[in-house]
Design a protein around this ligand. Structure first.
Ligand SMILES: [Fe+2]
Ligand SMILES: [Fe+2]
Length: 207
C-alpha cells in the first residue's frame, strides 16, 4: 500500500542526534539532501515515503567508521568479503550502515536495510526503494550541476530502472577514468539493469 506519511519524529530525532556525534557537518548536509531527494522520488513514484525516508536518512551511518571497525563488523556478521572490499574496506560502509540501523535504531524492515546496504554498489535485484536511495545518493544536488547530472535527475523521475542503469554507467565511467578498482557487484548491477531499463518502475512491490 502506498503511504505518504513521513517516518516518526522520534526516530528521526534519535538518528540525527547520533549522526551529529558520528559524522562531520558536511556529511550531515549530504545525508539531509539524500533524505529530501529520496522523499521527493518516493512521492512521485508512489512508494512508502516513511520507508524511503528511513533508508535515506540512515544510508551513511557508517560512512566515517575506520577500516578496522568496518572489517570487525563484517567478521562478526560472518560476511565473505570480495577482494575489492579487503583492499578498500570503506566499501563496507553501506552494509555496515544497515547493521547499525538494525542494532542501534531497531530497523527491521528488510526493504530499508537492503536499501542502506545497496546504496553504493547497487544490486541487480534492487526493488524500487533501493533504486530511489541509490539514485538520491548519487544525484542529490550537492553532487554538482552538470548537464549529465541534470539529465540523470530528470530520468530518475521518469523511469527508475533506466535511471539506475544510466547512473551505474556514469559511475563505471568515473571509476575507469580515475583508474579505480571496480567491485564485481557494480558490474552485476549494470548487467541486471541493462535489460530492465525499458520496463516501467511501477511494477515493483515496494509501493
Ligand atoms: Fe555512502
Ligand atoms: Fe551518501
Amino acid at each position: 500500500m502506498t503511504t505518504s506519511l513521513l517516518m516518526s519524529d522520534t526516530l528521526r530525532e534519535d538518528v540525527l542526534q547520533w549522526l551529529k556525534q558520528e559524522v562531520p557537518e558536511k556529511r550531515l548536509r549530504h545525508i539531509l539532501r539524500v533524505e529530501e531527494m529520496a522523499i521527493a522520488l518516493a512521492q512521485h513514484h508512489g512508494l512508502s515515503v516513511a520507508l524511503v525516508q528511513q533508508a535515506g536518512l540512515m544510508h551513511d551511518l557508517a560512512k566515517c567508521f575506520p577500516p578496522k571497525q568496518l572489517l570487525a563488523v563484517a567478521e562478526a556478521e560472518g560476511w565473505t568479503l570480495d577482494p575489492a572490499e579487503v583492499a578498500c574496506p570503506h566499501l563496507l560502509h553501506a552494509p555496515v550502515g544497515a547493521v547499525v540501523a538494525r542494532d542501534t535504531f531497531g530497523v527491521s524492515d528488510e526493504r530499508v536495510l537492503k536499501a542502506i546496504s545497496n546504496h553504493t554498489l547497487g544490486s541487480p535485484d534492487m526493488d524500487a526503494i533501493s533504486c530511489v536511495v541509490y539514485l538520491a545518493d548519487a544525484l542529490e544536488p550537492g553532487r554538482g550541476d552538470t548537464l549529465k547530472l541534470q539529465r540523470l535527475r530528470d530520468q530518475s523521475y521518469r523511469n527508475l530502472q533506466g535511471a539506475v542503469y544510466e547512473t551505474c554507467v556514469f559511475s563505471l565511467q568515473h571509476l575507469l577514468e580515475n583508474r579505480r578498482p571496480i567491485h564485481p557487484r557494480t558490474i552485476l548491477t549494470h548487467n541486471g539493469f541493462l535489460n530492465a531499463r525499458h520496463c516501467q518502475h511501477s511494477v515493483d512491490s515496494a509501493a
